[in-house]
Write a protein that binds this ligand. Sequence first.
Ligand SMILES: CCC[C@@H]1OCC(CO)=C1C(=O)O
Length: 215
Amino acid sequence: MPESDQATPFRVRPISTRRGPDPKQDRAARTKLLVLTAAAELFAAQGFRHTSVKDVAERVEMTKGAVYFHYPTKEALAVAVVEQHYARWPALLAQVTAEGHGPLETAARLLEGAAAAFRDDIVVQAGARLQIERPQIDAELPTPYVDWTQLLATLLVRAEAAGELRAGLSPQAAARSLVAAFFGTQHISDVLHERADIAERWAETAELLFLAIRT
Ligand SMILES: CCC[C@@H]1OCC(CO)=C1C(=O)O
């Protein structure tokens, strides 16, 4: 799927620490990422309410003032973590797209990759917890689920055009079901096993769902 044609609605881009012309900017970007990662570790472990900016500052051995320089409030930290959660997905989409699978297989492999990210990536884990806790966070967070639903629906419309979809199936309804099933699978795996078994759990759910979806 050509880059321009990618229906990737994930708008926020990853924080770049690539060395640029200005060493000062580089150092600031690296510090920003260090603070964000420490906040993600704390949000993932103890949630938004029980995490303070002081906790984050202590974790990175900086003053609260230094943390506030990069993120003016705890809410700003939470927004940044959730945004970076979503910023993971364009790279995954590019990687899977480059493998050249058909649209249905692309959707399946995307969700497999997402399951691995939910198991391994602390920023993905923290973003998921903060989205659950969004009523406690007085800030504008990205609307959950809609971007994945749109991306999967776009792929399933292409699958329908390619004759890969079961006759009469709504690509949009199938996309909503995949997102709901993935969300539930990763949540149950998190609550019971800290997501240690998410890949296996998602594989068994995906097998059933894609069996129902494909021709
Ligand atoms: C891919 C399923 C949707 C995904 O699962 C957890 C979560 C966090 O809110 C999601 C999202 O907002 O897109």
